[in-house]
Design a protein around this ligand. Structure first.
Ligand code: PAZ
Length: 313
């Protein structure tokens, strides 16, 4: 059974670091309250659904946070200030370029005056320098705030806090909801306290439907923002109809529809009036082009049009 969102927040305990996150969010928003900087709240990565309070086991999903981490870099490039809400240990902007490299293999160790000196190996030095310059400048200019979550419940608490924090910035805010959020969960009061044992046989675990959070988000928490959701499917026949159904139900601005298998190569931008595909050729993929570059360029234009509908430039 689907619980409503008020029940969810009444029954699922708050994360212990929510107050700290809220303070960071408030400071970030204050910095931009009196200028015209555009803001993106990006959610990224998957959520876990714990089966026990003292969690040994949990349900998870495939998302690596690639979409969110890459998109954050492009939002920054377009001058946005970004709140990057990501699953702990998933990909992060800038450092994501070195995923798959062994960290220690990227470093060299020498001695100078009897003291150890660390340097980056020649092979990696220019790519590390390029990423580091961009990362440091985003942090120094206060353009990037990173907040992490792990469980579904942490995600939903943080999403509400972040949405409510950015709401005063009104139309300047884009919500870019790329996280792969679980549709099912075990409510706190039905969860085993300790590790589920196997002596009495296989457990029967009843999953409940997660409330549709887009509803209060669009209508109550950030009613003036430019809200963009993602729709992931594995059956191509359902993709566009489901994306359109979501737009009609929640009344937000845009759904970016993608298939699990081709999500790095092709997406469909679906709004109330039309839909069209953004895609990369095989050559473009081989040359390292990223679909997020086209997504964010398109989105920035839409957001600008939303801010100044009569400005044709
Ligand atoms: O994180 P990732 O790059 O591996 O995958 C991105 C994605 C497929 C999770 C994202 O593009 C998306 O569709 N998010 C919403 C998923 C959903 O329908 O719940």
């Amino acid at each position: 059974m689907e619980s409503n969102w008020e029940e969810f927040y009444a029954n699922q305990p708050k994360p212990s670091d929510l107050e700290t996150s809220t303070k960071l969010l408030d400071n970030f928003v204050k910095r931009y309250s009196s200028d015209d900087t555009k803001i993106a709240l990006v959610t990224s990565g998957g959520t876990t659904v714990p089966l026990e309070h003292n969690t040994v086991r949990f349900v998870d999903n495939f998302s690596a946070g690639t979409r969110g981490a890459i998109s954050t870099e492009y939002f920054l490039k377009h001058g946005y200030a970004v709140i990057f809400m990501y699953r702990a240990k998933s990909l992060e902007p800038f450092s994501r370029h070195f995923t798959g490299q062994k960290f220690l293999d990227m470093l060299d160790l020498t001695q100078k005056d009897g003291r150890p000196q660390l340097t980056v190996c020649d092979k990696y030095s220019s790519s590390v320098a390029e990423a580091l310059v961009k990362y440091k400048s985003a942090i120094r200019e206060g353009k990037l705030l990173q907040l992490s979550f792990t469980t579904l419940s942490e995600y939903l608490w943080l999403l509400r806090a972040a949405s409510q924090a950015v709401a005063p910035l009104k139309k300047r805010v884009v919500l870019y909801l790329a996280a792969a959020v679980s549709d099912f969960y075990v409510p706190s009061n039905e969860m085993s306290v300790h590790k589920i044992g196997s002596t009495i046989g296989a457990p029967k675990i009843a999953l409940h439907l997660v409330p549709k959070i887009l509803k209060p988000l669009v209508s109550l928490w950030v009613p003036e923002a430019f809200v963009v959701s993602f729709k992931l499917e594995t059956d191509e026949n359902l993709l566009i109809s489901k994306a359109r159904a979501s737009l009609n139900t929640y009344n937000h601005k845009l759904v970016i529809a993608n298939m699990l298998q081709t999500r790095k190569q092709k997406v469909t931008m679906v709004d109330k009036d039309k839909d069209y595909v953004l895609s990369l050729t095989k050559d473009q993929m081989d040359q390292g082009e990223e679909i997020e570059s086209s997504i964010i360029t398109d989105l920035v234009k839409r957001h600008q049009n939303f801010l100044s509908p009569n400005d044709s430039s």
